[in-house]
Write a protein that binds this ligand. Structure first.
Ligand code: MN
Length: 346
C-alpha cells in the first residue's frame, strides 16, 4: 500500500522539544506490547545518549516476552510514591502507541496533571485534546516507524541498542511484515535497523517462541472452542472467568487467539469476548480488510485501526455482550453481499 505521508512539521516540533528537554518520562498503554515498549525504550536510549534523564514508567506490568527489550533502570512499573514526583519534575512526558488517553490506566490522572509538555507518538485513531504535541499518523505500520522519523530529525544515529527495540515494535505490529500497513517505507526501515545491528531471528524468537506448554494448551482449547457462523465468514470465541480459573491463566495469556482469526479461508471478521468482571468484558475484533471496524469500536468508546479494534464493555452482563456485537458484524457481512462484496478496499 502507499504509505501515509510523513508530517514533517509535527515531526520537527517533537524532535525539537525532545532536544530541548532535560528530564523525560516515557510511558505507553495498559499491558504494553512490543511496539509501545520498543518505541519508548528506543527513545529512552536516544535521550540518555544525548545526556538527558529519561526512563519508561509503565502503568502496568509488561508481558514476560517483552522483558528482553529493556535493561534495569530503563523500565519501571508505576508506583505513586516513587513516580508521582518524577512526573512532576519531568519537563516532557511522552506516551507511545497509546490509542486513547484512558489507556494510561492508573497513570491517566497523574499524566493529565503533569506540568511538562505532553507528546504522543502513535498510529492509532483518536483525537485527544490533552496532548501538546500529538504525532499521530494512521495507516503507518507501527509507533516505532513514527518514532524513527523523530530520531532521524533529532540526528540520532541508529545503534544496535536503539535499532533492536525499534525493530521489535515494527516487526510485531506489522504482523512480521504482513499486515495492511506494511509499506515499502516500513520495509526500508527494517533494512536500516538490521544494518544498524537489529537481529531479526533473535527478536522473533524472544517475542514469539517463548510460550509455555500451558499457554500452548490453552491456545489449543480456545481454537477448539471457536464458534463460526455465516459459513465460517464470522468467528468468535468467548472466554469467561471460569475458563481462566480452570486453566490458571491471566486474561493476557488468552488474547493472542485474535491474531489467528484471519488465518481462516473465507473469514471476514472475528471477535474475542474476554470476561474481566461480572459486567466488564474486553472485546477485540479483527477484520480481513473489507469491514471497517472503527465505527463499532467508537460506539463502545474504544478505538484502534480500521481492521483491528478493541474496547471494554462496562455495565453489560457478560452473557449479553456477544448479542450486542455479533449482530453488528452479521449486518456488515450482509451489507458486503448487497454491495457485491467489494467492501472498504474497493
Ligand atoms: Mn502499535
Amino acid at each position: 500500500m502507499t504509505p501515509a505521508s510523513i508530517p514533517e512539521a509535527e515531526v520537527r516540533s517533537v524532535a525539537d522539544r525532545l532536544l530541548a528537554s532535560r528530564d523525560v518520562v516515557l510511558t505507553s498503554h495498559v499491558t504494553p506490547d512490543a511496539d509501545g515498549i520498543g518505541t519508548a525504550i528506543a527513545l529512552v536510549r536516544a535521550l540518555r545518549g544525548l545526556g538527558k534523564r529519561a526512563r519508561m514508567v509503565s502503568c502496568s506490568t509488561a508481558p514476560k516476552e517483552t522483558s528482553f527489550l529493556w535493561r534495569p533502570g530503563e523500565f519501571e512499573v508505576w508506583q505513586p510514591d516513587v513516580h508521582a514526583a518524577q512526573l512532576k519534575d519531568a519537563d516532557t512526558v511522552v506516551a507511545t502507541d497509546l490509542g486513547g488517553t484512558h489507556r494510561l490506566g492508573k497513570m491517566e490522572q497523574p499524566v493529565r496533571e503533569a506540568p511538562g509538555k505532553k507528546i504522543v507518538i502513535d498510529h492509532h485513531a483518536y483525537a485527544e485534546p490533552m496532548w501538546d504535541l500529538p504525532l499521530v499518523v494512521m495507516g503507518v505500520s507501527s509507533s516505532a516507524e513514527v518514532a524513527s522519523w523523530v530520531l532521524d530529525a533529532m540526528g540520532v544515529p541508529l545503534t544496535p541498542e536503539i535499532a533492536t527495540p525499534l525493530y521489535a515494535g515494527l516487526a510485531a505490529d506489522s504482523g512480521w511484515f504482513a499486515y495492511d500497513a506494511t509499506s515499502s517505507r516500513a520495509l526500508s526501515l527494517a533494512a536500516r535497523l538490521v544494518e544498524a545491528g537489529a537481529r531479526p531471528n533473535d527478536i522473533w524468537r524472544e517475542l514469539e517462541c517463548r510460550k509455555s506448554l500451558l499457554k500452548m494448551r490453552v491456545f489449543g482449547e480456545l481454537l477448539a472452542n471457536l464458534k463460526a457462523d455465516h459459513d465460517g465468514r464470522l468467528v468468535h470465541v468467548v472466554i469467561d472467568r471460569h475458563f481462566l480459573k480452570k486453566h490458571q491463566v491471566e486474561p493476557r495469556d488468552t488474547f493472542e487467539v485474535v491474531n489467528h482469526f484471519m488465518r481462516m479461508d473465507g473469514v471476514e471478521a472475528g471477535a474475542l469476548f474476554l470476561q474481566l468482571a461480572s459486567e466488564k468484558t474486553k472485546v477485540s475484533v479483527r477484520s480481513a480488510g473489507r469491514i471497517d471496524l472503527l465505527p463499532l469500536a467508537k460506539s463502545h468508546g474504544g478505538g484502534g485501526h480500521r481492521f483491528a479494534v478493541g474496547f471494554t464493555a462496562d455495565g453489560i452482563p457478560f452473557d449479553g455482550i456477544a448479542s450486542h456485537v455479533m449482530p453488528v458484524l452479521r449486518r456488515e457481512i450482509e451489507l458486503l453481499d448487497e454491495r457485491g462484496g467489494s467492501g472498504v478496499l474497493a
